[in-house]
Ligand binder design. Structure first.
Ligand code: ACO
Length: 320
């Protein structure tokens, strides 16, 4: 048996923040942001939280799959922006949707999070441990951003995407997952420092830090490599792939990956102009959009690929 995605859902905050809006708070312009990244606007949470977005996306995925919450045996929420250190986000989703029989935990792999959650679900299903999983990528990146840092605040957005995964004859065909802790310095966000009775002096700046160019280079090198690797392992040719659904960080990264793979850009759908980089949520939000727009037919071969802080990256080849 293998993991098959049988339903998708997504949720984004109501509030739209355009490039024009940002140009009023930092020295930037729509021209700079859209030409460097392809982003035109993003959603920013006001009332919404990582948890509320995860719950809504999860409910929509269950509805879309025609599966009840009671059937779900494991919930994995991929997030690097949880609302609590504990309890984890997944337990809060479990309670909200009444998934009484599910074990629930979060997974931290930044922008690769959804891919890693799908890979974990695949391992459970292949091992015969669970048959039905709800996997979610949910983020409120806006709370990690220094809104006076124009080099990062223009790039990220908030949202959540989810998928119901079921043990079936076809689905995930092959996967690769990679990590390189030595690359931690180019993309990070520090957690709260130890402030106890022995050490109460520390003052951490708990904001996202990114060196744009090394991250860009990392992405355009590793994504084509792991896509090639997953195809080779499965003995599937590029011509057989209907779509490459990549983490939506930057249109120039995606175009460059397409070029390196010698594949037409039309096979690389994008929605980042509307949402910016939503980290672990970007792949499932796009997948849900494609699913609901009727772009996906059963039997289509898709490659999903994510990359992000850690460094972490990976690719999953699946049959829809
Ligand atoms: N508006 C106007 N000017 C800006 C802005 C801005 N928002 N941000 C930076 N600049 C300026 C810089 O200060 C710099 O000015 P200087 O030359 O006077 O010093 C100039 O623009 C060029 O800056 P660079 O950083 O060299 O610009 P670059 O062409 O590399 O583009 C970008 C920056 C868009 C961040 C690019 O490097 C990139 O896309 N990197 C990958 C980022 C990414 O995808 N991260 C997420 C992936 S992983 C994950 O999702 C967590």
């Amino acid at each position: 048996m293998t993991a098959r995605i049988i339903g998708t859902g997504s949720a984004v905050p109501e509030q739209i923040v355009t490039n024009e809006d940002l140009s009023k708070i930092v020295e930037t312009s729509d021209e700079w942001i859209s030409s460097r990244s392809g982003i035109k606007e993003r959603r920013v949470a006001k009332e919404e939280t990582t948890t509320s977005l995860a719950i809504l996306a999860g409910k929509r995925a269950l509805e879309n799959a025609g599966v009840t919450a009671e059937e779900i045996e494991v919930i994995i929420v991929a997030t690097c922006t949880p609302d609590y250190f504990f309890p984890n986000t997944a337990c809060q989703v479990q309670e909200a949707i009444s998934a009484k029989h599910a074990v629930a935990f979060d997974l931290s792999a930044a922008c690769s999070g959804f891919l890693f959650a799908l890979s974990t679900a695949q391992a459970y299903i292949k091992g015969g441990i669970y048959q039905k999983a709800l996997i979610v990528g949910a983020e409120t990146m806006s709370k990690m951003i220094d809104w006076s840092d124009r080099s990062t605040c223009v790039l990220f957005g908030d949202g959540a995407g989810a998928a119901v995964v079921s043990a079936e004859e076809t689905g995930v065909l092959e996967l690769v997952q990679k990590s390189n802790g030595a690359g931690k310095g180019v993309l990070s966000c520090k957690a709260r420092e130890t402030r106890n009775l022995l050490n109460h002096e520390s003052e951490t700046k708990e904001y996202l830090y990114m060196e744009g160019q090394p991250v860009f280079k990392f992405a355009v090198k590793t994504v084509p490599e792991c896509v090639e690797e997953v195809l080779k392992k499965a003995e599937v040719k590029k011509e057989e792939i209907r779509y490459y659904i990549l983490h939506q960080a930057n249109s120039r990264i995606i175009q460059s990956v397409a070029k390196r793979l010698k594949e037409p850009e039309e096979k690389f759908p994008m929605n980042l102009s509307l949402y910016g980089n939503t980290s672990a949520a970007s792949i499932p939000i796009l997948l849900d959009e494609m699913n609901r727009n009727g772009m996906l037919n059963r039997g289509d071969k898709l490659v999903l690929s994510g990359f992000g802080a850690g460094l972490t990256w990976g690719a999953v080849l699946l049959e829809w």
